[in-house]
Design a protein around this ligand. Structure first.
Ligand code: WQD
Length: 347
């Protein structure tokens, strides 16, 4: 019988992507220990997870970078008898990372190091890491595959690259370690139940949460950052991927790694392979929500590239994963979440 991960630590499991990952793991009958400090997530997400996917889930509310919490974390991972981990804990706002680089390095790299110490102590040596397509520099041809040149343009992106490298060094240090760096393209959408979804603090930085808040009446209009790019309609093109497809990708990656004989760290893109422009995303959201999405054209945003989308073939070759959901599904599910929960989990 093929070996599968059974007892999985999910660091950052109450967050946007983490909550969807936990639902997939519980749905597949796996036991989960969530470690989260709720710094950018809400305990209500855990209640909703347990309703959507009854199963064995525990919560350890601790901060991975608080030295006073380290021993608790190490003991809890051991007591849980973890065999693997999915690491999604960290800060993720690009602009904030430029303003507060030290906090970003400290939090993101520190969290990863604490988790790795706890895994080492528990003799759990398989880890899937939440990396990002942001690690690709600006010089690649689309679609970008995993051999694309890396070179982050901001501290957030550099923390992702550093952690990828830490995992590569760790895997090179001892054959027991196995890791996959999942390079996400642009995760959007929500669980089709409308019960869990993205609940950003303050003004959303990303396109979909912003559009959704305009549609629900929380914001007046969207600013489209540039309409003079060399793309089919002049607006930026990205590879949006439904968060449920993304979540399934974590389970597929973890099971692949767990059964794999060879050690080492592998970089794997998770994207659809297709680009969607800002104007196309706005039009799709309008159709899904039946709401007007007023917008204005604003200057380009610093650091944005014109176009990036994934070569997603490696995930398919290695672990038979592909994204199934369309941009229509992404918009419909994102809208169901936003319209059911206009103020996120605070409702
Ligand atoms: C998408 C497109 C914008 C907002 C970022 C991070 C990346 C990752 C995901 C995660 C672009 C345009 C956006 C708005 C707009 N990080 N846009 N008006 O920049 O591809 O990726 O988020 O944790 O690391 O860099 O995603 O959603 O911000 O932007 O016109 O109000 O929408 O210019 O073309 P991006 P995004």
């Amino acid at each position: 019988m093929v070996k599968k991960a059974q007892k999985i630590i999910v660091a950052g499991g109450a967050g946007y992507i983490g909550s969807h990952v936990v639902v997939e793991l519980l749905g597949a009958g796996r036991d989960v220990l969530i470690i989260d400090n709720f710094s950018n997530s809400h305990p209500e997400a855990i209640n909703r997870i347990t309703k959507l996917a009854p199963g064995n889930v525990e919560l350890l509310e601790r901060d991975l970078i608080n030295p006073a919490h380290k021993n608790d974390i190490i003991s809890a991972v051991k007591d849980f008898d973890a065999d693997s981990a999915i690491h999604l804990a960290g800060l993720k706002a690009v602009g904030e990372s430029v303003a507060e680089p030290v906090r970003y390095y400290e939090t993101n790299i520190g969290s990863a190091l604490t988790l790795l110490s706890a895994l080492e102590a528990a003799d759990a040596n398989t880890i899937v890491f939440s990396s990002s397509a942001t690690v690709y520099g600006e010089l690649n041809q689309n679609p970008v595959d995993e051999t694309g040149l890396t070179g982050a343009t901001n501290p957030y992106g550099r923390t992702k690259l550093f952690i990828e490298d830490i995992l590569k060094d760790l895997c090179a240090s001892a054959p027991k370690w196995k890791a996959i760096n999942l390079r996400y393209f642009n995760p959007v959408g929500a669980h089709p139940s409308g019960q869990i979804g993205e609940d950003p603090n303050g003004v959303p930085n990303n396109l979909f949460p912003f559009i959704a808040q305009v549609a629900v009446g929380r914001r007046e209009k969207l600013s489209i950052f540039g309409d003079d790019y060399d793309t089919r309609d002049g607006t930026g093109v990205r590879d949006y991927i439904h968060v449920v497809d993304l979540a399934r990708g974590h389970l597929a990656a973890l099971d692949y790694l767990f059964a794999r004989e060879e050690n080492g760290a592998i970089d794997v893109n998770l994207g659809t392979g297709a680009g969607v422009s800002v104007l196309e995303a706005v039009a799709a959201f309008k159709r899904a929500s039946n709401k007007d999405i007023p917008y204005q054209i604003a200057p380009r945003r610093d650091g944005d590239v014109a176009e990036i989308y994934a070569d997603a073939r490696l995930a398919n070759e290695l672990f038979n994963w592909r994204a199934d959901k369309t941009i229509e599904d992404m918009c419909a599910d994102h809208w169901r979440w936003q319209s059911n929960n206009p103020n996120g989990y605070k409702d």
